[in-house]
Structure formats: C-alpha cells, structure tokens
Design a protein around this ligand. Sequence first.
Ligand code: MN
Length: 717
Amino acid sequence: MDYAATLLAKLPGGSTRRARDLRQLIESLETYVSAEHIEGIIKAYEFGALAHAGQTRLSGEPYISHPVAVAQSLADMHLDPQTISAAILHDVVEDTDISIAEIEEEFGAEVAALVDGVSKLDQMQFTSRAEAHAESFRKMMLAMIEDIRVILVKLADRLHNMSTLDAMPREKQARIARETLDIYAPIANRLGINHMKVALEDLGFRYLYPYRYAVLGRALKRSKGSQRQIVKKISEHILHAMTAENIDGEVRGREKRLYSIYKKMAEKKRPLNDVVDVYGFRIIVDDVNTCYRLLGIVHGLYKPMPGRFKDYIAIPRINGYQSLHTTLFGPKGLPLEVQIRTREMDSVAESGVAAHWRYKAIDKSSATPQRRARDWLSRLEEIQQTGTSEEFLESVKVDLFPDKIYVFTPKGDILPLPKGATVVDFAYAVHTDVGNRCVAAKVDRTLVPLRTTLHNSQTVEIVTARGAKPNPNWVTFVTTAKARSAIQKYMKNMRSSESVDLGKRLLDRSLKDLGSSLRKVGKVRLREALDELGLKDPSSLFEQLGLGERLAPLTARFLVGIREDDAEPTSASLVIAGTEGMVVSYGKCCHPIPGDNVMGYLSSGRGVVIHRNTCGNLTNFRKQPEKWLSVSWEEGLDQDFSSEIHVESVNKTGVLAEVAAVIADSQSNIEEVAVVNRHQDTTSMTFLLQVKNRVHLARIIRNVRKMANVHRVSRDS
Ligand code: MN
C-alpha cells in the first residue's frame, strides 16, 4: 500500500476515477506481485500517463484510463509484471511519439518486445467479410506473434474497447463488433480463455445486432425473476445432498449468455422459450473422485436425460477443458444442465493458455514464452491420448508455431506460403502465368529483387511483362513445389521447341547431302515414314533428331528410300549457332572453342556434343562413324567458351595469384583452378578459363608464358 499511497499522493484529486482505477490495479497486484515489481509497474504508469497526457478517449476520459483497464483485466488473470507493464504501455508507440527503443531503455527488452508485438497487430486491418478470409486472418495474426502474451494483451485491449464502444459512431461499432466476433472471440476460444471469449461474444453480439440483442435481453429478463427462485431451490437441494454425503463444494447457478442463446436458436432453429428455460449449474469440488461420486448423487436426486452425459474428465476437450456434463429432468420437467469439475479444472476452463503465465513470485522459471506455450500444448497432448480431436490440436500447433507466413496480395487477399518463400514463389502461388511472366516485384511498395525472401503481413505486387520467360536460375532459390515444377516444366517445353528446330535443320542438311529436301520427299512419303516409325507428327520426328535419339543421316536415307547399310561418315556441315546451348553441348574432355577443328557426336538424349578433332575420346567413338557429323563454327560469335590451360611454375607463395592476375588482365575470367601436383621445386596448375576463341586463348597463353616464374604453359596436358 506504500507504493500506491506514494503515487496517489502525486495525483491531482485522489478521489478521481483515474486515481480509483490505479488504486484498484495496485491492490490487485499486491496480492501476487512483489513490491519491487509493483514499483516498476508504477514507473510504467507514470511514463504512460505522461506520454498520453492531453489525449482523451472518445468517452471524454483521459487516455491513460484505457491502458490501466487493460492492465487490470490481465492482473485479474494474475499475469506476470512484464505483461502488466506492457499492457500499460501498449498504445504508447502507436499513439505518441515515444519509440520502441525508448521503451526498451526504460523498461527492458522483454517489455519492449511485448509492446512492439501489440503495436504490430494494431497495424493490421481486417476488412473482408468472407469466412475463409477471417480464418486466414486469425492464422496470420497468430503467426506474427512470437510471444503468446502479446495476444493476451491484445485480447484484453479489445475487451476494454468493446466495453467502451458506446462512444463510437454506429457504423464503427458494427465494424469493430464484427471483427471481434470473426477474429478475437475465436482466438480467445482457441487459446481456451473462456471468460474472454464469452465476454467478447456478448459485446460483439450486442453491437452487431443491437435489436436482436435487446429483444433477447428483455425476454431473458422477464423469465429471470421466477428463474432465480428455481435456481435457488435446486442449488439448496443439491448442497443438502452433498452435506449429507460429507462432500465439500460450491454450487453455482450458471447465467445464460445471450450470444450462446442466440446461436442455439439460430443453429437449431428453436424458439426462445426452449432455449431460455434451461437451468445451468456448476458444482466445484476438491478432487476427481468426488466429481464422479457427486455425479451419482445428482443422478439420484433428479432423473438423468438419456444420451446427455459427457465425460470430459476422462476425454478432455481439445483446448484442455475438463468437466463432467449431464442434463437432468428438474421440477416440472425443466431441463437442468449440470457441470461437475475440480477447482483446477475450473481455472483451466476459464483461462486456458493464460494459466501458464500465471505469475508465481517464488517461481523464477526462465522458460521462454515459446517454451511455455509448448508446455501447454504438450499437456494438451497428454490428456488428449484418446486421439479424438487430433486435428484441432494440430491446428492449434500450426497457429502457435507456424511454418507458414501470411502475405497480402495488392487486393488485400491473404496468401499462405511456407517460411522462406520468395517473391517468385508468391508469383507462382497467385497463378502459373503470373510466375512465368514475372519480371519485377514490389514488397510494401518498394521494388525488390525477385529472390527476396518474404515476411509476415507484407503486401506483394508482381509486375509481369508480355513475352517474359522464367529464368532457369530461379530454381535455385524458390521454395515451393509449385514454383519449382512450373519452372522446370516451362524449361522442358522450351528445350523441346529448340530441339525441334535443330532436328529439322539436321534433317535438312542430311537430305541436302543426298540431293533431296523435305519438299522433294513430299507429304505422302513423310506421312508413310512417320507411320512406319510410330510417330504422330513431323515435330516429334524433328525433336528426336534434335535430341540425338534418332540419326539425321540415317533418317534422311530412310525418307528418300535408300535402304543400303553402308554407313560412310557423312559430311553435313552444321553451323553451330551460339544460342543453342540446350541441345548443343561441348565436350568436357577437350573444351573446344571457336577456331578449333571440331566434330559433332550425336549422343542419345543429349543432342550434339562438340569435340575437338584431336580429342582423345575420338578413338573410342570411331567405332560408330554413323554417329558423327562434321560441324563448323558460325562466324562472328561473341560469347564465352570454357577452355583449359596448364601452367608449370616455380613453387613459391604468391605465384598462383600472379598468374591469376595476368589472366584477368588478358580479359578472361577464371572458372576453376586446380593445383595438380606439387614437387619440391615446381607447381603444376590447371585453370579453367572463359575465352572468346583461339586467338584470345593464344594471347592469354603468350602473356602467361612471359612471366618470370612460369616454366611452361600448354593447352593440352
Ligand atoms: Mn489499446
């Protein structure tokens, strides 16, 4: 009381509403928080009151009354001092010019992180009315939260805002009420915080459907007077029986909630009287055995309704709720709904996950908030061994420890993506065509590279261009299967169209060598040949030729009707176009470059592989002369080819760097370096270089050869 007294003394008018609220908060805290911590909370109050000074709520009250009310409802749940301080400061960053950094400096990282989390949630606007959208929005909110206490503050915040909604204009009331019913009440329910769920639902109902609320409320009130008498009589009856059996406990008449009555009427299409004339009782006892014993006793007092008994103690509900439920035929046949549970079960039923943040002054547990949430879940899992509602548990887990992020489309739709997803993944998630044609992207209205990793609640806009193609390189950073397979599929299609081109040209050449052409062969013969080969159209034939699955010279002979089997090497001279990398490749054994005398080898599935005439592998392939094509380089190629050189030098530190520098000065890039062997005096290095052609390579070799430390340079080892 000292702290309260000290502080209250400073306030103008100790009897004002503001002073009373603060006194009440401190009194609540004194029941479970140490004096030292209360001092910290008072400091947060002074800081917050100063920051919000001059601001008022729509109701006309000073602004600070709101955060204090939020803190009060969390103190009622016995939450830890950090959460209480964060609750007092929760609107400071959003509504004043105090920064998170300042909060951290004054109150530490933990309080600052909580305030930051609440501020971030406040920035999210829920607009759509679609049910599915609400579900995604809830998930997104939960995914954003790194600390469950953030959502507890947010729920308390919403609860207080709902209870002061009268000051708001009507349309705003309806919007906020709907958001409360769609988003916040279900979150409270999911986390098992029953008293918040019930309060949020009733307030939401009241402001969304004021007329229905009023009518129902009046009807309920009318029946209440007589009800109270009945409830009192039945309670006494049950208590009497308990005393006779030596059972200690508490019997409460349960008040019917308007929203649950409304929902029952709407869902089951039942008239008001059916729903209202139900009496609810809750009996709290000391232990589980007594629960079952008591069940027998009440079943002896009133006849149980068949099929209405539920044992949620043996098989708890998924959010951890435990209780025995039964319905009895009461006086005049009125149904009595009875719940029997222990004190502990009652507390779990009311606070759910929040029970795990209940502050214990002695317990200096350093467990992280995530850890505690996990504990809660694993406890649920334990009591959930029956496996009846695994799905729900799974979904709670996904919500609390998501492996997904949620981002917005420019239209405000929410898209779930796996953690680590990039802009390109987003584009493909929107539509395959958007992915295939995307060229740029904006995240929160800023242009970003396509490989940018996305984070929760960002808004992503994809810029597409007609005729744009996916980049094969994207496969290296996309994380979704959809994006990867779409890119690969596209590349395969592109590859096949290039194969068709190449195959057609190979065939043209071979036909020309035989003094023929496709036109001379004619459609009739071509169709006949295709049928014989089991192919459906010319394109399939060209593709097979382009990929080397079928040989052009042989196919040409087949088409013109030559059926001899002497397979002399053909002399088709193919121009190697620089853009056909997909189906023309270069032997890694000999690294041919423009200017080299080369041969093409038709490799099944790989198209044409170009080798130098001097390549050692030629001898192996000579046995199949029919697979060889003579090819030549196209003129004026301007692209880089890989080539190898071998350098022998003095064995001395720094030589490698010297040689590399000379190569770079000769306008070449080094792709790979290998130090092949190291004798006492000499070092042998192999460089894989990028060169334009033989002339370029010769210049590099000359420059390296001139170096003092270099003994020998050669292209072939
Ligand atoms: Mn607030």
